[in-house]
Design a protein. Structure first.
Length: 115
């Protein structure tokens, strides 16, 4: 059974930082592409960043220079370091793993940016 478990969300002030983690089990992590998505209230889920099995990262424009995605294949974990957070970054952040035709999601972790 494939499981993705996110952690690290919370309440942070504008300009602050958070580090999200997603622990993966039940699948060969090192050959999988993994990524982070987010969904704000009333909006569709959107891509934030992805990292390939060869550790090539890709970011959407609105997080470039602020967020960093990384992975630790020894720990089957993907991370999202978020700096210079803005109120508009408030959302539920979801971890996603893609392997071949299969796609798996975590349960999400809430990130709230407010003063």
């Amino acid at each position: 059974q494939v499981r993705l478990v996110e952690s690290g969300g919370g309440l942070v002030q504008p300009g602050g930082s958070l580090r999200l983690s997603c622990a993966v089990s039940g699948i060969i992590f090192r050959i999988s592409d993994v990524g982070w998505y987010r969904q704000a209230p009333g909006k569709e889920r959107e891509l934030v960043a992805r990292i390939s099995s060869s550790e090539t990262p890709n970011y959407v424009d609105f997080v470039k220079g602020r967020f960093t995605i990384s992975r630790d294949n020894a720990k089957n974990t993907v991370y999202l370091q978020m700096n210079s957070l803005k109120p508009e970054d408030t959302a539920v952040y979801y971890c996603n793993l893609a392997l071949g035709w299969h796609s798996y999601w975590g349960q999400g972790t809430q990130v709230t940016v407010a003063s």
